[in-house]
Design a binder for this molecule. Structure first.
Ligand code: UD1
Ligand code: MG
Length: 459
């Protein structure tokens, strides 16, 4: 039976990135480049997927998990040598093998399918995926003879000045007859400018032994972009961002200014949600339908139900239920769970707290390590004092309680439902149901004292 297999090359260090992070783990729209590649490969029907790892092998494996098998390239001796490391896993397969690099994050499954179809139609032993680059510097060039037949691929560093003029480039994606690939790889040498075993040399070897080599030129150069440095990383991110944004718009999301809207690959957004410019949506964020995300908000790994309004605020690892709103200039720190129809207004910081339905926290308040019930009114400038310098303590506030402005609730504390804290109180003792607590110095008025003060008013 003919099988379809994939080898993903991801063992290189990525010297040109000048980074502590291994190249293929650099992120494009919140997802490692090699993960983008694998995701598209997974959408194509495959019998086996092998990822060649070397530099940062453990980190790459931790990122991709068991979605792929692995081959280890202990020493990086070139792309041809890298493919050979997959030989023990794939050598017995009769069929076709797709090779793709972990640093080309923009390829789509459709292009892989088109390449397979072309390869099969041409009955080729190898088909190279090529594209035409406006600036081909750095890429391998496709050398064709005078009737347009592919002869070989020449790397930038080995290319003559004439060959450097060629704009048709090797995208680094190929399909090969599996058996012929490994047989030819054993014939490659490292006699070139980089002293490496080039995968690209297999093309010339197959040609010389009389095999058919085809080249399928894709229309869109952008999709084939290889990322070797930070400039290309930014360019690839821009293209991916554009692709992601267009998909959301097609799915019914309004982006007021897609050019300044930064949505990670894993984010989900419901229809009729409106997103203003300058918004950043990261990680596994999920936003429901009919939400409004105001300008310059940032939402990380959070889940928003339908009809949620966020105005210029930062949300991290939190949830907001239907009809709730926050901002402007507020902050949900991790593990904040905001109930339905909760109102969080200006300059409110919430950390590790749950807030029940209909509760209002309008202004200038810190809620940390707390459980708040339903329909509570928290006045302006309330502080949940949760830290004694050594430990964090919890505050519980029951349903329908009222916390007057400028109060300190010193944890651990239990404020029962239907109880009332008078404004300006520093509360250290629990309140029972229907209690009112007032904990502030009594006011004394001193008659005519104004005249004894040096202050004479502002004329
Ligand atoms: C390669 C191609 C070039 C093509 C370009 C497309 C070769 C010799 N050159 O060049 O023709 O235009 O991709 O983007 O194939 N890798 C290993 N082990 C190694 C070396 C590399 O696993 O020993 C991996 C890297 O992690 C990377 C991929 O192979 O994911 C490509 O290597 P890279 O160094 O980026 O090759 P390019 O110079 O981009
Ligand atoms: Mg590359």
């Amino acid at each position: 039976m003919n099988t379809r297999n994939t080898i993903i090359l991801a063992a290189g260090k990525g010297t040109r990135m000048k980074s502590k992070l291994y190249k293929v783990l650099h992120q494009v729209c919140g997802k490692a480049m090699v993960d983008h590649v694998l995701t598209q490969v997974e959408k194509t029907q495959m019998d086996q997927i092998v990822t060649v790892v070397g530099y940062g092998a453990d980190d790459v494996k931790a990122t991709l998990g068991d979605r792929t098998a692995y081959a280890l390239q202990a020493k990086q001796m070139g792309t041809g040598h890298a493919v050979l490391q997959a030989e023990p896993l794939l050598k017995d397969e009769v069929g076709t093998t797709l090779i793709v690099s972990g640093d080309t994050p923009l390829f789509t499954a459709q292009t892989f399918e088109d390449l397979f179809a072309y390869h099969e139609a041409k009955h080729a032993a190898a088909t190279i995926l090529t594209s035409v680059a406006p600036d081909p510097t750095g890429y391998g060039r496709i050398v064709r003879n005078n009737i347009g037949i592919v002869e070989k691929i020449v790397e930038q560093k080995d290319a003559s000045s004439e060959e450097q003029e060629i704009h048709e480039i090797n995208t680094g994606v190929y399909v090969f007859d599996n058996q012929k690939l490994f047989a030819a790889l054993h014939q490659t040498s490292n006699d070139n400018a980089q002293g490496e075993y080039y995968l690209t040399d297999v093309i010339e070897i197959l040609k010389q032994q009389g095999d058919i080599v085809a080249a399928y030129q894709m229309a869109d150069f952008d999709e084939s972009m290889g990322v070797n440095d930070r400039v290309a990383l930014a360019n690839a991110t821009k293209i991916m961002r554009n692709r992601i944004n267009r998909q959301h718009m097609r799915d019914g999301v309004t982006l007021i200014d897609p050019d300044t809207t930064y949505i990670d690959a894993g984010v989900k957004i419901g229809s009729d949600t409106i997103i203003e410019g300058g918004v950043v949506l990261k990680g596994s964020t999920v936003i429901g339908e009919d939400c409004y995300i105001g300008a310059h908000s940032e939402i990380r790994n959070s889940t928003l139900a339908d009809h949620v309004t966020v105005t210029s605020s930062l949300l991290e690892e939190s949830t907001m239920a239907s009809g709730s709103d926050i901002g402007p200039n507020s902050h949900l720190r991790p593990e904040s769970h905001i109930g339905p129809k909760v109102h969080l207004g200006n300059f409110v910081e919430v950390k590790k707290a749950t807030i029940g339905e209909g509760t209002k926290v309008g202004h200038l308040t810190y809620v940390g390590n707390a459980k708040l019930g339903k329909h509570i009114n928290i006045g302006c400038g309330v502080i949940f004092v949760n830290y004694d310098g050594l430990h964090k303590h919890e505050t519980v506030v029951g349903d329908d309680a009222f916390i007057g402005s400028n109060s300190n609730l010193i944890a651990p504390l239990n404020v029962a439902d239907h109880s009332f804290v008078a404004a300006g109180s520093t509360i250290t003792d629990d309140l029972k149901q229907y209690d009112m607590a007032i904990a502030r110095q009594r006011q004394t008025n001193k008659p005519n004292y104004y005249q004894k003060l040096p202050y004479r008013g502002e004329d």
